[in-house]
Ligand binder design. Structure first.
Ligand SMILES: Nc1nc2c(ncn2[C@@H]2O[C@H](COP(=O)(O)OP(=O)(O)OP(=O)(O)O)[C@@H](O)[C@H]2O)c(=O)[nH]1
Length: 296
């Protein structure tokens, strides 16, 4: 399984330059150089400006590295930590996002986690646009060893979601993970399908879906936030999963997710393997990016 350090190696290789001997003055960060490096790793311009202002106005004795760490942790915001809700009929979690962001893989990884905690998960494949829309998820359900409900191509995705909730209640499933078809945030008819799906699930089980998480592809950097904003307007998001952190050189955009969306990052995908989904930890993230980078 890829760890934080390995997964962040691309962004880290950019940030490491901020700690190189040429970029440091008496072991401290050179603000001008840092500014450029943060922008290159896709930290938002607004946050970079705030960081630069704070570092430049800090008392001479203050450690710039410590100040930087504190500001980045603040930008990420605290918690909450995710725990599977129990004591309700079935906890329904819907995953959405643009094409290929990693929804299906994330749904499967989450099902495995739920099962590992002694819960009975169900995977619901509601991609009825493509011929084999939910076949990948069905394969995953066999691998994980959990129930599956899918829909035929051309059928109503809201109906599939309704059926999944109904089947989950009949089979006493604890968790229903609803994988949705990938859609571009700009395609209105497809986006309109999402609230319809929510209404259908809520009709069968009041309160469902209990959570709606957007799966963001880290390689898109700041563009992922633009997409998330549009999804958030159509269906209020309650959490973010960032996939493909391994391989992205733009992990700096994570620092503006909270301020731009006010939605917490809950999990991060650090690889393609079924266990490569880890709860997001702001300390681990910041330390993997900046910690000891000058000592390598
Ligand atoms: N490296 C890496 N690859 C990932 C990660 N998560 C998903 N992938 C890969 O990304 C590709 C797309 O993943 P899917 O889960 O099929 O994406 P999707 O959002 O369901 O795709 P559509 O249903 O077509 O919209 C697959 O090859 C996955 O193995 C991750 O965290 N890291």
């Amino acid at each position: 399984m890829a760890g934080w350090l390995g997964a962040l190696s691309k962004t880290r290789s950019i940030i490491k330059q901020a700690f190189s001997p040429s970029a440091t003055e008496a072991g401290e960060l050179n603000v001008e150089e840092l500014e450029e490096i943060l922008l290159r790793s896709d930290v938002s311009a607004r946050l970079v400006m705030d960081i630069v202002d704070e570092l430049e106005s800090a008392p001479r004795k203050a450690s710039r590295k410590e100040l930087l760490r504190g500001m980045l942790l603040d930008a990420l915001g605290e918690g909450p930590e995710f725990a599977w809700p129990t004591g309700q009929n079935a906890y329904v979690l819907m995953l959405l996002g643009v094409n290929g962001s990693g929804k299906t893989t994330t749904a499967a990884k989450l099902a495995k986690k739920a099962k590992g905690q002694g819960l009975k998960p169900m995977l619901c494949g509601s991609d009825t646009f493509r011929a084999a829309g939910s076949s990948q998820l069905k394969l995953w359900s066999e691998k994980v060893g959990c129930d599956f409900v899918g829909g035929e191509m051309g059928s109503d995705a809201a109906g599939v979601a309704f059926n999944a909730v109904e089947a989950a209640l009949a089979k006493d499933c604890d968790v229903v993970l609803v994988d949705t078809a990938g859609r571009m945030h700009t395609k209105t008819p497809l986006m309109d399908e999402l609230p319809k799906m929510c209404r259908a699930m809520n009709k069968r089980l009041e309160g469902a879906p209990h959570d709606v998480w957007m799966v963001l592809d880290a390689s898109l950097g700041q563009n992922a936030i633009i997409q998330a904003k549009q999804f958030n307007e159509v269906v209020p998001l309650t959490g973010i999963v960032v996939t493909k952190l391994d391989g992205s050189s733009k992990a700096g955009f994570l620092f503006s997710v909270r301020s731009e969306l006010n939605v917490p990052i809950l999990f991060t995908g650090l690889g393609e393997g079924e266990d490569d989904l880890v709860p997001f930890s702001r300390e681990e993230f910041v330390d993997a990016l900046f910690g000891d980078a000058n000592e390598e």
